[in-house]
Ligand binder design. Sequence first.
Ligand SMILES: *[C@@H]1O[C@H](CO)[C@@H](O)[C@H](O)[C@H]1NC(C)=O
Ligand SMILES: *[C@@H]1O[C@H](CO)[C@@H](O)[C@H](O)[C@H]1NC(C)=O
Length: 423
Amino acid sequence: MKMRSVLAIAILATTTAAVLFLGSEAQEVKKDHHTYRISGSAGDVLEDDPVGRLKVYVYDLPAKYNTKLVEDDPRCLTHMFATEVFVHRSLLSSAVRTLDPEEADWFYAPVYTTCDLTASGHPMPFDSPRMMRAAIRLISWRWPYWNRTEGADHFFVTPHDFGACFHFKEAKAVARGILPVLRRATLVQTFGQSGHACMKEEGGGSITVPPYAPPGRMEARLLPPGTPRSVFAYFRGLFYDAGNDPGGGYYARGARAAVWENFRSSPLFDISAERPATYYEDMQRAVFCLCPLGWAPWSPRLVEAVVFGCIPVVIADGIVLPFADAIPWAEIGVFVAEEDVPRLDTILTSIPPEEVLRKQRFLASPAVKRAVQFPQPSQPGDAFHQILNGLARKLPHGEGVFLSPGQTVLNWTDGPPGDLKPW
Ligand SMILES: *[C@@H]1O[C@H](CO)[C@@H](O)[C@H](O)[C@H]1NC(C)=O
Ligand SMILES: *[C@@H]1O[C@H](CO)[C@@H](O)[C@H](O)[C@H]1NC(C)=O
C-alpha cells in the first residue's frame, strides 16, 4: 500500500509544473526567468559568479605531467577521475586565470596523478606520490612562489579514491596519510569523509568535488519528462569484490553485501551486479537510487542520480558530499547509516509521499544538476565554477599562509622510502 502511494506521488512529481514549494526552514525554490534559484542555508551561493573574486596562476609544467599522459591513454578523459583533466582545461581558458603570478591569489599545478591505468582501466596510484613530489620539486626550484608559503596558496586536484593518500584500500591510505609535501596545500578531491586522515579539515583544507560523469553521454540518454518512475529502489554494481577482498566484509565495510543479502529477492528492490545497457534509462524510471560506499565513500552514482532525478540514498557513514556548503544535500537525498542497511526497505517506505515529492522538486533544479557536472567548455554554475567559488570563499589568505624568509615547515624526507625516489 505504502509503495503504491509513493509511486503515485513519484509519477505526479514528474508531471507537476508548479515548483513553488516552501519548506519549513526558509528553503525555497523560486521560479526565476529561465531557471530555479534555490535559496536557504546552503543553496544561496550555488549561483555565485567567481569571476572578479579570485585570480589563479597556472604553472606551465612539462607535458609528461599532464597532456602527454592523456595522449597515451585517452581513457583518462572519461573515467570517474577525469576531474583532474577538465579542471586544467577549464582553467586555461577561464576569466579567473592570470598570466601574471605576482597578482595571483592561488597557484595551480596541473599534475594528472590518476592517469596511469591498468589494461582494464583502473587507475594505479602507486607512482602518484613520486610524480607529485617531482612536480612540486620542479615548481619550487623554477618559480619563487612555492617557497613563500610552502604550498599554502597552491591547490592541486587529487581525485583518487582517498585523495592525496594515494591508495584505494582505506587502511593503507590511512597509514600513508596525505603526501607530506601537500600538507599545506588546498586539495580539490572527490574523497570526503569527516575526521579522516585523508581529509584536510582545518582551515577548510580540502574542497570535495563530484566525481566525473560524462555530461554529453548522460544528456543523450535523457527520457522525456514525465516518464513514470515505476521502480522503487535501484542499484547496479558490485556487492562483493572477491578479487581484492577475498574474505569479504572489508569492501564497502560490508554495506553492499548487506544490501544484497537482505534485499536480493525483495520486490521493492531492483538490484544486480550486472550493469545493463539501459543503466541510465533505468535510473530515470526509479524513485530511489542507492549510492552505497565502495572502496571509498563516493561514487559516480550520486552525480548520475542527480542528473536523472532519482533520489540518491547515500549509505556511507561520515561522508562529506561535494560542495556541501553550496548544494542542499539534506533536502535532496536520503541518508542511511551503514548499520541500518537491513532496515532499508522500512526506512524508504516510511518516507511520506510529500517528502518524496519535495525531494524530487529539489532534484529537478537545473542549478543543482549543473553544479555536479563538468561540461566542456565550462558553463556558469557548473562544478568547475563551484570549485572556483570554494577557492574564492577561502580568501583573503589568513595568517600563517606566508612564511617568514628562510622559514621551512614541510619535511621533504618524510614518507615511505619508495615515494622518495625520483620520478
Ligand atoms: C626553494 O627552497 C629550496 C630549499 O628548500 C631551494 O632548493 C630552492 O632553490 C628554493 N627556490 C627558489 C626559487 O629559490
Ligand atoms: C623528517 O622525516 C623523517 C622521516 O619520517 C624523519 O626521520 C626526520 O626526523 C624528519 N625531520 C624533521 C626535521 O622533522
